[in-house]
Design a protein around this ligand. Structure first.
Ligand SMILES: N[C@@H](CCC(=O)N[C@@H](CS)C(=O)NCC(=O)O)C(=O)O
Length: 226
């Protein structure tokens, strides 16, 4: 039980999902959590701003320790609860190097995804251009090619940093799940699909899946043609 932990989060957020997978993997179920509404701008509520001056989800506190950045939450939990739940940082230098490399590449991956699926949200009406969106889509396609290559090199049944599930999977899996949620073609990206299938029902992932996904598919499958 983790009664001295509080997570303020919203549904449909990759950063929140990363933190929640890490909490599950470290057997920290029972933490206090509050599902707030992004649509109602609750990330800018006083409750959030008191802990997180950026006004973002996730917002996280353990005792008096505030850790709001999703990657920082994952590292913090692994380091504070090293021997609890699943070990998320491999010991071997080769696997560890790969894990750190993929984790931080994961930020670029997420940005490139966001520049397509959140384009209308990021760019005000009147400043949007089809050519800019096309450029963002091309950048995402190039990025997807890299990850297909990485997974292909790792071989079937592998995780991102080798034979064991690691922090690289904790932070990158949500991006992969969002890709398919927004219509990415499994036929065109078979390695990503295989990786998605390998992890989608892992207990930590299933337990923390964005709850609104149960309500049905996205209205616009923005990645269908990619
Ligand atoms: N770097 C942060 C990003 C967090 C983030 O962008 N959260 C989004 C929700 S997915 C948010 O609250 N955006 C509102 C804002 O930035 O004002 C992390 O990884 O935790």
């Amino acid at each position: 039980m983790a009664k001295n932990m509080t997570l303020l989060w919203c549904t449909g957020s990759c950063p929140c999902w990363r933190a929640m997978i890490a909490l599950e993997e470290k057997n920290l179920q029972g933490y206090n959590h509050q599902l707030l509404s992004f649509d109602k701008m609750e990330h800018k509520s006083q409750q959030v701003l008191d802990i997180n001056p950026r006004g973002q989800f996730p917002t996280f506190k353990h005792g008096d320790n505030v850790v709001n950045e999703s990657y920082a939450i994952c590292f913090y939990l692994e380091s504070q609860f090293k021997s609890q739940g699943n070990k998320l940082i491999p010991d071997g230098p080769e696997e560890q190097a790969l894990m750190y490399q993929r984790m931080f590449e994961g930020l670029t991956f997420y940005d490139k995804l966001g520049n397509v699926i959140y384009y209308d949200w990021y760019v005000p009406e009147g400043e949007r251009h089809d050519s800019a969106l096309k450029r963002n889509k091309d950048a995402l396609v190039a990025e997807l090619g890299l990850w297909e290559g990485y997974l292909s090199k790792q071989g079937s049944g592998s995780f991102l940093a080798g034979k064991t599930f690691s922090l690289a999977d904790v932070v990158v899996f949500p991006t992969v799940a969002f890709l398919f949620r927004f219509g990415l073609s499994a036929g065109r990206y078979p390695k990503l699909e295989e990786y998605y299938a390998l992890l989608k029902d892992r207990p930590s992932i299933k337990a923390s899946r964005p709850p609104h996904w149960l309500e049905g598919p996205e209205e616009e499958l923005l990645l269908k043609e990619i």
